[in-house]
Design a protein around this ligand. Structure first.
Ligand SMILES: *Cc1c(COP(=O)(O)O)cnc(C)c1O
Length: 373
């Protein structure tokens, strides 16, 4: 049977078919809230109270969600995580950074730093996709670059300080809001809103410890050339006034605030993390007992609770499974393209209903049965 001719029975289908790892499902309630506020919000100045109040609630809400200790600051700017990497190379790394590379995103940050002429060649510790390496304390390293959740491979790693000295900068783009973290273990915990925060891309947010703020101020006040759009001191000063240096996407801010307040209203980070763990248990338990499906990440301790990667038996083509699902309104279950495996990837972010994740497994079962019929 041709994959796209498969019709999944209505009773098996999830209520919402979005399982992409980013952009990811945006809750309809957040879209409705944006539409309701649109006449007095969209198309108004980001230097005025209407938008600044949203940024203020966002900053205060993030401080609450992550239980940030006194002195930690929430900084934001335009450009998404990828742009923040360049900003970190200019404004946070003093001389040398260490990077744990275990997938596409952690690799991209290391590459961006390697191209920089203002800092030294980074120290790179890599491991095979599907695993994560461990940091190593080094005297010449002043920033340890970790990735809480490597979205390309579905590997999560613990956030821990590798050394008493040196700042810990964590790419939490797909982890923040879905995995618990202790702020005392990081100096910069950064992310973008299109994953657990169920909004759109194009913005970066960074939770900064007093030590990180001190470093940003010192480098920013020094004589290093820093392009203004990548200068974290400029971003910090604007954030303190609940603004961004240049114009942000107002819809993105609003959608993110809805998601943040929804998580806070339901019990905060512990609640969201628990919800993701519930979905993850459904997926991994199903995969482990399946003839044709195997969790890609061999060590259960390293399996991500927010993004599951699932290898398929060579007898079935993941592309066919994804095409069949897509034809039935279930989208973005494709593996990360550069990984090149016969694999499905499923986001299990807080906005995605655990019941829909369960329904997805039933739909995949149905498709697999049809494809081999
Ligand atoms: C999605 C993602 C990025 C890239 O984010 P952009 O906002 O598109 O730049 C970086 N790191 C991780 C871990 C991600 O999941």
């Amino acid at each position: 049977m041709r994959a796209t001719d498969i019709v999944i029975p209505e009773r098996l289908r999830p209520a919402d078919g979005r399982f992409g790892s980013g952009p990811s499902k945006v809750r309809p309630e957040a879209v409705a809230a944006l539409a309701a506020d649109a006449p007095t919000y969209l198309g108004t100045s980001h230097r005025r109270e209407g938008v600044r109040a949203v940024v203020r609630r966002l900053r205060a809400g993030l401080a609450e969600l992550f239980a940030l200790p006194d002195g930690y600051e929430v900084v934001l700017g335009v450009g998404g995580t990828t742009v923040l990497w360049d900003a970190l190379a200019f404004s946070l790394i003093e001389r040398r950074s260490q990077h744990l590379v275990f997938g596409e995103f952690s690799g991209r940050f290391a590459e961006a730093v390697a191209l920089s002429t203002v800092v030294q060649e980074p120290d790179v510790i890599a491991s095979e996709p599907g695993t994560h390496p461990l940091p190593q304390a080094r005297d010449d390293v002043d920033v340890y670059a970790l990735t809480h959740n490597e979205t390309s491979t579905g590997v999560a790693m613990p956030v821990v300080r590798p050394a008493p000295r040196g700042l810990v900068a964590v790419d939490a783009t797909s982890a923040a809001g879905g995995i618990e973290v202790d702020p005392r273990d990081f100096d910069v915990y950064y992310f973008a809103p299109q994953k657990c925060f169920a909004s759109d891309g194009g913005l970066w947010l960074a939770l900064c410890s007093p030590a990180a703020v001190e470093r940003i101020e010192r480098i920013g006040d020094g004589d290093r050339y820093i392009p203004p759009s990548l200068d974290l001191l400029i971003a910090l000063e604007n954030s303190r006034r609940d603004q961004t240096y240049n114009t942000p996407a107002l819809a993105t801010l609003h959608l993110m605030l809805s998601q943040l307040e929804w998580i806070l209203g339901n019990g905060g980070l512990a609640w969201a993390a628990d919800r993701c763990r519930t979905s993850a248990a459904t997926v991994y338990d199903w995969a482990e007992s399946h003839e044709l499906v195997t969790p890609f990440v061999a060590d259960p301790a390293q399996r991500s609770p927010v993004v599951a990667t699932l290898d398929l038996d060579p007898a079935v083509a993941a592309a066919d499974v994804c095409a069949a699902l897509r034809a039935n309104g279930i989208v973005d279950t494709e593996a990360y393209r550069k990984l090149g495996r016969n694999q499905l990837r499923v986001a299990m972010y807080p906005a995605i209903e655990p019941e829909d994740v369960r329904a997805l497994t039933a739909c995949i079962d149905y498709v697999l049965a049809q494809l081999s019929a």
